[in-house]
Design a protein around this ligand. Structure first.
Ligand code: ATP
Ligand code: LTN
Length: 327
């Protein structure tokens, strides 16, 4: 029996190279070895205001991006979170065992609530990690491949699994985190101290997976570099280190080896080539994306939800009994 793997991305903003290298690229490698489930988490997206029509479109687009990246519905379960109501039901139950203090400690909550503090913070932003725990625990997930920024949330899912099991009896598997190495945290092109982020203020922060060749070249040219002229892979040159990581991950090489190839050359040469590496990755990706029709993807998502529901509904029968709900 293969172990269960679960991961997801929210249908908000534009997917960028950080999402691809931190999550999607890794998923595609892992889908052969695990019983993989890949979800588009629309319930998470509405923790900040969304336009309904845009959300529907974005949800479909993210599913297409999974497919264009190489997620194969013949090998895994691909579905939309809101199509499987058990996610919301389990989230409610887990809410009753999570502590407010635990949720207030989450870095993502602290960051996002600071940004939104003027209009008042939605309660969904606070309980967001509980819904994420429900996503994971519902399927007895063992492996959760995500970027480093999600580690704290996985830790909470582990805590809630153990707490539920201790209180009501062995019910959930306790998940592990699975980080990709260099891709675990791709930094912003305009600031190597911050992560590449789709909610960034400037578009020079990220390369979107839908950026055209000219945009990629312009953004890489403008990307900040460190002082000095030598191409070396070192913590003392964080901006260059980040660019070398991107180059290495897209060309399946070690970043140190890429740096070696540029010994004696300057930043300009390296950046020109990096832009082409990215363009050469994005062009076929975007071709595959364009070739996918709404109808075929909707069909795949319906089949995925059906599969997910079978497992989720069985799990919830067990959970309801344990908690003490009348059958
Ligand atoms: P936001 O920028 O609005 O905080 P996000 O870019 O983090 O959103 P998510 O949907 O929260 O996007 O993340 C999707 C997946 O991509 C997660 O597994 C996350 O860890 C990963 N990820 C996001 N940003 C990066 C990054 N800069 N480097 C590596 N992985 C990342
Ligand atoms: N919060 C995650 C998205 C997410 C997720 C999950 C990831 C929601 N549920 C379950 C892994 C497993 C994020 O990347 N922002």
């Amino acid at each position: 029996m293969k172990k269960r793997l679960f991961s997801a991305v929210q249908p908000s903003g534009n997917l960028h190279l950080g999402n691809y290298l931190g999550a999607l690229q890794n998923w595609v490698k892992l889908q052969d070895d695990y019983e993989a489930m890949f979800c588009v988490v629309d319930l998470h997206a509405i923790t900040v205001p969304q336009d309904p029509a845009a959300l529907r479109q974005k949800t479909l687009e993210i599913a297409k991006m999974y497919l264009a990246a190489g997620v194969d519905p013949a090998k895994c379960t691909l579905f939309v979170q809101s199509h499987v109501k058990e996610h919301t039901e389990l989230a409610w139950i887990l809410n009753t065992i999570a502590k407010v203090s635990e949720l207030e400690r989450m870095t993502q909550f602290k960051d996002k609530s600071q940004k939104d503090s003027k209009e008042g913070i939605g309660a969904g932003l606070l309980t967001y990690p509980v819904l994420m725990a429900a996503d994971i625990l519902l399927y007895d997930t063992v492996v959760v491949p995500v970027g480093k920024d999600q580690m704290q949330h996985i830790e909470l899912a582990r805590t809630l699994a153990r707490r539920f099991n201790d209180t009501f009896g062995e019910t959930f598997a306790v998940p592990e985190c699975n980080l990709s190495k260099e891709g675990a945290l791709i930094m912003a092109l305009d600031d190597p101290a911050k992560k590449m982020s789709k909610s960034a203020a400037s578009e020079y922060n990220y390369i979107a997976l839908t950026d055209d060749a000219e945009t990629v070249r312009k953004k890489i040219k403008k990307a900040v570099t460190d002082s000095g002229t030598e191409i070396v892979y070192s913590d003392s040159k964080p901006a260059l280190k980040n660019l070398l990581n991107i180059y290495a991950l897209l060309s399946d090489k070690k970043p140190e080896a890429v740096a070696g190839e540029y010994a004696g050359k300057g930043y300009a040469d390296f950046k020109n080539d990096l832009a082409e590496v990215i363009v050469n990755f994005l062009a076929p990706f975007q071709e595959r994306l364009k070739a996918l029709s709404d109808e075929e993807v909707l069909k795949m998502l319906a089949a995925g939800a059906e599969k997910a529901r079978t497992f989720a509904s069985e799990k919830m029968v067990q959970v309801r009994t344990r908690v003490g709900f009348l059958a």
